[in-house]
Design a protein around this ligand. Structure first.
Ligand code: KIV
Ligand code: ZN
Length: 543
């Protein structure tokens, strides 16, 4: 083991060279397993935006969704397959013919497509959920892989809940999948139950039992119920797996999935130890994390490894002293290598449209025409109040503007009166989906509460606030404020974010956006229910 901290080329930012046998592929499931987190309701445009960023990051596979579950999911997977270049685009399917047909229908136009089909091999699932028997599971796996293979050269098979299943039976099912042509076998720890030692032994036994497993890619898919998703995935690659399934910021069902940024930086930082690496451009990690957090409404905890606000902060005097003398005394990674503190773009109130467009282009946003005019107007408004507009500010403003153009409701204006000697009162005008403006009024416990009440009055909708978070986009007294709101309205849990120099405005924007997302989500669900009724087919809950 070499002492950590000195940057070898493999640890530096950018894309490292690595031989194929030592390359670990990253299968990103942010848009499928990650999107199953409560309150996340991404629309097609947002999913395409995230998928484009995953392409820039350089993931190998994007699991874009589960096309059979809804027309909305199908449309999003299809849009990603048609528009995102680079990674293979994967659609998830149960072993049913209709699922596999839908998955193929959605991904067939991608540069590279993959069908991922799964069925449980644990008796708990076979008996209680599938209500069938082991023979039937074998038959379903065989037929599904054969059908998927007839459409697509790249087929992945997962024995769901494998880590709670009998390893001998799981091996039998995997052997059938391999014989039918599956080129990736994924071993899910569906309920986050296994431990690194147990997973290592399980995979080792599968390698012994399944002929041909060593000639194809073995994949790991670990959930974080016991906080072991990254550790288990790491154990999996040490045991021979060459694909890790993970999600940005570790989002996903219940406690989430293996965190993409953590496994990528674990492999890169300790490459000296195991010789394995991915070919991701780690400098895109921080930005990807911010984008996913903004669009999903799932805040990143400050002490989150790699991308948390404090991941590279040194509070104690001894640590600060050490880092000032030599960074590697207390830092095992260089923050610029994960995309933190690396961008020097600074604009001010005298910067013109061209400077803004160039800066946005450097950040990966192509903004032209009317969209540029709107972004410029918003930028000017902010630059008048804030001395310097940094790359982080621009990213926040542009993401906010892009959302605004597609929202069903939009904040038109607001007024609020508040103080310690009077009851806060607000008036808010909201642009409705019909294009009309509606004005609402309310008083409240504080100015934010009054604004929220006035918005509810304007849109005449009942809703229940579930979460309200305020943070700053950058450091400093004139930082932009970013607010995240999660609420339940129109029978949906939805989140929204808003950015402004004024926290009250950011709060109003976030609340209106969350309401828009709830309304859109309800409309999509209504359409889905109508389709499902027509097909007399129950909607499939995600795995
Ligand atoms: O957790 C799980 O088992 C899954 C499968 C579909 C791979 O998400
Ligand atoms: Zn999963």
């Amino acid at each position: 083991m070499s002492p950590g901290g000195s940057d070898s080329s493999s640890k530096a930012g950018g894309v490292p060279a690595i031989d194929e046998a030592s390359r670990v592929q990253i299968f990103d499931t942010t848009l499928r397993d990650g999107e199953q987190s409560p309150g996340i309701s991404l629309n097609t445009q947002e999913k395409v935006e995230i998928a484009g960023q995953l392409g820039r990051l350089g993931v190998d596979v994007i699991e874009a969704g589960f096309p059979i579950t809804s027309p909305g999911d199908f449309e999003a997977v299809e849009a990603i397959a048609r528009r995102v270049e680079g990674p293979a685009i994967c659609g998830l399917a149960r072993t049913h013919k209709a699922d596999i047909d839908a998955a193929w229908g959605a991904i067939k136009d991608a540069e590279r497509s993959r069908i991922h089909t799964f069925i449980s091999t644990s008796d708990i699932h076979i008996v209680h959920q599938l209500q069938t028997d082991r023979e039937d599971v074998k038959g379903q796996a065989k037929a599904a892989v054969a059908l998927a293979k007839s459409y697509c050269a790249d087929v992945e098979f997962s024995p769901m809940d494998a880590t709670r299943a009998d390893v001998e039976f799981t091996a039998e099912v995997c052997a059938i999948a391999v014989a039918e042509g599956a080129n990736v076998i994924n071993i899910p720890d569906t309920v986050g139950y296994t431990t690194p030692e147990e997973y290592t032994a399980y995979l080792g036994r599968l390698y012994e039992l399944v002929p041909g497993l060593s000639d194809i890619v073995v994949s790991v898919h670990c959930h974080d119920d016991l906080g072991l998703a990254v550790a288990n995935s790491y154990a999996g690659v040490l045991a021979g797996a060459r694909q890790v399934e993970c999600a940005v910021n570790g989002i996903g069902e219940r406690a989430g999935n293996c965190s993409l940024e953590e496994i990528v930086m674990l492999l890169r930082t300790r490459r000296d130890e195991h010789g394995l690496d991915t070919t991701l451009d780690a400098r895109e990690l921080a930005r990807t994390s911010r984008m996913v957090s903004r669009l999903t409404g799932y805040a990143v905890q400050p002490n989150k490894a790699i991308v948390g606000r404090n991941a590279f902060a040194h509070e104690s005097g001894i640590h600060q002293d050490g880092v000032l003398k030599e960074r590697t005394t207390y830092e095992i990674m260089d923050p610029t290598h994960v995309g933190l503190e690396s961008n020097s773009i600074v604009l001010g109130k005298h910067s013109g449209r061209h400077a803004l467009r160039d800066a946005l282009e450097q950040l990966g946003f192509k903004v032209e025409g009317n969209a540029l005019n709107q972004a410029f107007a918003r930028f000017k408004g902010i630059a008048d109040k804030k001395k310097q507009v940094t790359a982080l500010d621009l990213e926040a403003i542009v993401s906010d503007e892009m959302r605004e153009r597609t929202d069903s409701y939009a904040l038109a204006w607001f007024e609020v009166e508040a103080g310690s000697r009077r009851e806060p009162a607000a008036r808010v005008a909201v642009k409705l989906p019909s294009g009309e403006e509606s004005v609402g009024e309310a008083s409240g416990d504080g100015p934010v509460d009054a604004i929220f009440g006035a918005i509810r009055d304007a849109v005449e909708t009942e809703c229940e606030l579930r979460q309200f978070t305020v943070s700053a986009v950058t450091e400093g007294e004139d930082a932009l404020g970013e607010v995240t709101v999660m609420l339940r309205a129109h029978g949906r849990l939805a989140s929204g974010q808003g950015v402004a120099t004024d926290i009250l405005e950011a709060s109003a924007r976030a609340y209106v956006r969350a309401l828009s997302n709830a309304l859109d989500g309800a409309a999509v669900r209504e359409a889905e229910e109508a389709t499902a009724d027509a097909a007399r087919e129950p909607l499939t809950p995600g795995p």
